[in-house]
Design a protein around this ligand. Sequence first.
Ligand code: SF4
Ligand code: SF4
Length: 395
Amino acid sequence: MATRVDPTFFKSLEKFGVKDWKDCYHCGNCTANCPLTEEDTLFPRKTIRQAQMGLKDKLISNTDLWMCYFCGDCTKTCPREANPCEIMRSIRRYQTSVYDWTGLSKKLYTSAAWEIAVIVGIGIIILALFGLFLPPSAELWSNPARFINAQGGVMINNLVDGISGSKFLYIIHYGDWVMALIAGGLLISNIFRMFYLTLWRDTSVRIPLTAYVTEFWRLVYHFLTQPKLRKCDDKSYWLGHITLMTGYTIMFILIVALLPVFQTEEIVPWYNWQRILGYYATFGILVFLIPVIVGRFRKRQCKLKHTHPTDWHFIIMLGLTALSGIAVHIFRLSGMPLETYFSYVIHLAILVPMILIEVPFTKWSHLAYRPFAIYIKALKRAAGRREEAPIPQFA
Ligand code: SF4
Ligand code: SF4
């Protein structure tokens, strides 16, 4: 494949975060100090070099930056204060936008106004759907005791006017399926594009078909355990990350696959699996979010010094989803039907845009792209093809 140079490339990268690309003078400290760089996976210096030189195609086909966990160890030792960790983050945003064939990812990453408008727009659609088709029962005001069950809790599926509990539950359940199919379908199509841009486009690489099967375990293993992150200096980062990841994966399974058995009318005891899993998922989200929010305000840790608008949007959406979910739970247990209905609707008006925006287009997509990048790298190795080791030089 011919190597093309785009001298204005770093200008387009500026829209994704880092403004000054010239600070790095390639001393190599960052690569030497990065706990995750390997013989054939040289970063961040090589990736920064490709960006500076305008090697757009090489950067797009480069899966190295997905091996970076943004721990910030490299930034601590950069003599030029070039902040290689943040540069890697900016390039990750750029690559995410390149994988996305719809163009929406680029809009969301480069315009805070666009992202806010899309989130608010989807939230308003959810509120309108409830207002038009699932309005609160008039008896919520006049006779709230009718919605209280034998344990003194709210019968959450019976709060809507003229719709039986089981019908309401399945309307929400199928709605969750539609949301998951849209988000998952878009993400899968973007993953195919990632395969094309990083692997299939280069016709000189012939991947043995058996390798797709024999290397597949890496994808699952790295998704579930994130072992590379354990190599970073700050071990608590791995623990927080894995708690968050398992927390929202459990929450996603509970609301999309298991809603009819999760959202029951009965208030089950605290040691029932429904409540234990729900509490774990909420704990997992909060235990990660609270230190991240504090760290981003304090700006002491290298990895939290710079916050892109999309980082804040993600934190705010995830935090509000957790808080509104906690509110629904408390109102239910306290026997407050009116408050339960409205907090439930608000919870969905935050959750749905977060899933539809974050999973296929922005921050959450890295959960899929990183293990797939590790898989793609393993496929290249199986084909006897290693990434170019040398760092590109100016002539
Ligand atoms: S980012 Fe900093 S540490 Fe890394 S090569 Fe450039 S100047 Fe050196
Ligand atoms: S942020 Fe961490 S993993 Fe990423 S390049 Fe720097 S040291 Fe390596």
